[in-house]
Ligand binder design. Structure first.
Ligand SMILES: [Zn+2]
Ligand SMILES: [Zn+2]
Length: 181
């Protein structure tokens, strides 16, 4: 009988979590937020930050205890399921922000004319709309992956009603979403 080393190692690793900063493995990691600029080097949402030396954004990170201290992470120790719930919550916040922007926030930018405020962003500034729309699509793809993770691991989706509420909001704005119809 052939021994499938690759698979075995992967299975062992799958039951562990890895520190995003130093790679240490563990059953639990600190999951939380930091504004530390150095954390932009490994924070998932900062992959596309152009100036990582100057990023004071609130960053969600998953780190070991030593790195939590080093990067002053405001968080709590969690297992994989707890971590995935926080990641899903953050994805939902990002989607809500995107919808708020499409519905209202863009109208409050100083350069927007009063008469344009009754129109949609896709009419007033198609280019900015396309940018926002593709960001939202990427978040929705991420959401679908997270959803799949909960299903594959037999874990209940936290606050499952969120999804249909989000879909209604997007459709009310006259836009489409990958999360339903
Ligand atoms: Zn670490
Ligand atoms: Zn950043």
């Amino acid at each position: 009988m052939q021994f499938d080393w690759d698979k075995t190692i992967k299975e062992i690793l799958a039951e562990k979590m890895a520190c995003q900063a130093c790679g240490t493995l563990g059953d639990e990691m600190i999951v939380g937020y930091t504004r530390n600029a150095e954390a932009a080097e490994f924070a998932p949402r900062c992959k596309e930050c152009t100036d990582k030396t100057d990023c004071d954004a609130r960053k969600l990170v998953v780190v070991c205890e030593a790195c939590a201290r080093k990067f002053r992470v405001n968080g709590a120790p969690m297992d994989e399921t707890g971590m995935m719930a926080v990641v899903m919550e953050e994805c939902r916040h990002n989607l809500e922000d995107s919808i708020d922007y499409l519905a209202n926030y863009w109208k409050e930018e100083v350069e927007v004319e009063y008469d344009d405020m009754s129109r949609g962003l896709h009419e007033v500034d198609p280019e900015i709309f396309r940018e926002e729309d593709s960001w939202r699509m990427r978040l929705e793809e991420e959401y679908i992956q997270l959803h799949r993770w909960f299903r594959e691991h037999g874990q209940p989706i936290p606050d499952p009603g969120w999804r249909s509420q989000y879909v209604e909001e997007v459709i009310a704005l006259g836009y489409t979403t990958l999360l339903g119809d």
